[in-house]
Design a protein around this ligand. Structure first.
Ligand code: IDP
Ligand code: MG
Length: 139
């Protein structure tokens, strides 16, 4: 991971309502290459561990419940300055504050059900990619 990769999730609300295709189109049109992709149903243990950094926050339990409420699409994306560029493409956590034309502005239904996840640092991009795609499974 050298700044050219990020990790993304299409969250359960978006998968459930048929938004995976439009979101993947926006990712492609944004110039991101899909390096690895799969659909998974997260277990509670996986979601708790993935969101470990938020443990103890008021929204942690409902976030874990939401993220395990149905299948998600997890992927590793390649782009120059991938973390920053993908955060721009998805927009603010709270969709009411997201820029027009961002994925969250278009597809989020609430702060919690905000359609997509994007890593917030190169270090977390590596951690999160390895969490779902062990080195042997990719590239
Ligand atoms: P991010 O996804 O934009 O990085 P974080 O602050 O890391 O935002 O929060 C992780 C996820 O937790 C958010 O994407 C959202 O699904 C959920 N979340 C964040 N804040 C709240 C909240 O106040 N209520 C409910 N869910 C929240
Ligand atoms: Mg975050």
């Amino acid at each position: 991971m050298n700044g050219n990769f990020t990790f993304a999730i299409i969250k359960p609300n978006a998968v459930r309502t048929g938004k995976s295709g439009p979101i993947l189109s926006m990712i492609n049109e944004g110039g991101f290459e899909i390096e690895a992709l799969k659909m998974v149903q997260m277990t509670t243990e996986q979601a708790e561990s993935f969101y470990e950094v938020h443990r103890g926050k008021p929204f942690y339990i409902e976030l874990v419940e939401f993220m395990t409420s149905g299948p998600v699409i997890v992927m590793v994306l390649r782009h120059a300055h991938a973390v920053e560029e993908f955060r721009k493409l998805i927009g603010a956590t709270d969709p009411s504050k997201a820029e027009p034309g961002t994925i969250r502005k278009l597809f989020a239904v609430s702060v919690k059900m905000n359609a997509v996840h994007g890593s917030d640092s190169d270090e977390n991009a590596a951690r999160e990619s390895n969490f779902f795609f062990p080195a042997t499974e990719r590239f």
